[in-house]
Write a protein that binds this ligand. Structure first.
Ligand code: GUN
Ligand code: FE
Length: 427
């Protein structure tokens, strides 16, 4: 943290609820000890003399949250997009992830990822690494240095993957324990470990049991994939004939939300029972619209999840998705939902700008506790957006400017970024 108290001045925008924005034009956003103290139209007398960083007519929004991204896949984003999930994993993903056994390769690749994530509007992210412990630690070192708030997972997989990447069950559990001990020694300020069984097809029941023991011992959160692709779902039925539905194959091991904060990426084909269990257990859904289009997986019924009151955030899912830019992800979520409404199911209306903004901030942020909002007591994550490049012939109101940024912004619009009250180096 740079200073214990300071103020940002600008057009402050955050989600009041899933459907409503809170907007304070030319207002003051106060940070004290890394937390939001408040948003004020007029600066309270008691704060006179506090340093103010005046960002003029810029918009100031909460730092964005990417609930699902694969760091090692950053190197092949935009490549090999003509396959569905299972073939894509065999052909593109596993051969690339195997390279991270070589720490020099990992360093080169993760540096590009960490630099680009640092310069993006993302303040917080939940990240898959690979099965390799040294490379995973290196990635965590880099993200910590970048000042981002992240949860990072060493991936577990002990079946149905090429021999060069497959772990023995006991080795997978032991390496995970060693990795957690290494992480605890490093005493990171904003980088946390998260258990990461890749998905049911790549983890045996025995491994899941071992991971549950580790989860309880260290009280760890967990991330994985769920109901992304129809062939994947059929495969899980064969592998776990005892399961009621895909999510049940995690829940049987206590790895599906209840007593274990959990993110499940995708949920394109979750049925009523799976949805009810996710709701009951408080599972977070990471909606990854671009990935679901690129891998021809389908379009998740996000409106239904929101109406049911489930926890929903957004994920870039690089390299299923091509970009870490969460503005693109918000736009893709709206666009995909429109096609779903038109082609598949007119009962579920398209998502709005307010709703995707909510998911990319407070919705996903809730996985980190109080993050993704400027309400009092929230972690002070803020992104300052300058939209001068996006010239317009008329003055626009703040809501319209935010909507345009959702469709048009990239790192060129980012003037400043703060995470946990610390300013991030954007160079
Ligand atoms: N399911 C299992 N592994 C992966 C992965 O790397 N990406 C995506 N999109 N889905 C997966
Ligand atoms: Fe993924």
């Amino acid at each position: 943290m740079n200073e214990s108290i300071f103020i940002l001045k600008g057009n402050i925008v955050y989600s009041k609820s899933q459907t409503e924005l809170a907007i304070c034009e030319h207002g003051y956003l106060v940070c004290r000890e890394g937390k939001v103290e408040g948003v004020y139209q007029t600066l309270p007398f008691r704060l006179g003399g506090t340093p103010i960083r005046d960002y003029g007519d810029c918009l100031i929004i909460p730092g964005l949250v990417d609930l699902h991204v694969h760091a090692p896949q950053y190197s092949f984003r935009g490549l090999g997009m003509d396959m569905e999930l299972l073939e894509w994993l065999e052909t593109n993903t596993f051969p690339e992830e195997a390279k991270f056994e070589d720490i020099d390769y990992a360093e080169k690749s993760y540096k590009i990822f960490a630099d680009n994530l640092r310069r993006s509007a993302t303040a917080r992210a939940c990240i898959f690494a690979t099965v390799h412990r040294p490379a995973t630690l290196l990635l965590m070192d880099m993200l910590e240095k970048a000042g981002l708030a992240t949860m990072v997972g060493k991936v577990n997989m002990d079946r149905n993957c090429p021999e060069y990447l497959c772990e023995e069950t006991s080795e997978s559990a032991e390496e995970t324990l060693e990795w957690i001990k290494d992480v605890n020694h490093r005493k990171y300020a904003s980088t946390r470990p998260i258990l990461t069984p890749r998905f049911t097809p790549s983890c045996t029941d025995e491994l899941m049991e071992e991971l549950k023991k580790i989860q309880m011992r260290y009280e760890l959160p967990l991330q994985s994939h769920l109901s992304e692709n129809q062939s994947e779902i059929e495969w899980v039925k064969e592998l776990c004939p005892w399961s009621e539905f895909y999510g049940d194959a995690y829940d049987r091991f206590g790895l599906f939300g209840a007593d274990c904060p959990t993110i499940m990426a995708h949920c394109v084909y979750s049925g009523d029972k799976e949805i009810a269990r996710m709701k009951e257990n408080g599972v977070f859904i990471a909606h990854c619209p671009e990935s679901n289009m690129n891998l021809a997986s389908g379009i998740a019924p996000v409106r239904k999840y929101l109406e049911e009151g489930l926890n929903v955030g957004l994920g870039s899912d690089v390299a299923g998705g091509t970009t870490e830019n969460m503005f693109r992800c918000m736009a893709h979520a709206i666009q995909a939902s429109k096609l779903r409404w038109r082609i598949q199911d007119e009962r579920l209306e398209a998502l709005t700008a307010e709703e995707v903004f909510y998911m990319a901030t407070k919705g996903g942020g809730a996985f980190f506790g109080k993050a993704g909002s400027f309400e009092e007591g929230y972690e002070f994550d803020a992104v300052v957006l300058d939209d001068v490049r996006l010239a317009h012939p008329q003055p626009l109101d703040i809501r319209s400017r935010l909507e345009r940024l959702i469709y048009l912004a990239d790192e060129r619009e980012i003037r400043a970024k703060y995470v946990n009250g610390g300013e991030i180096d954007l160079s």
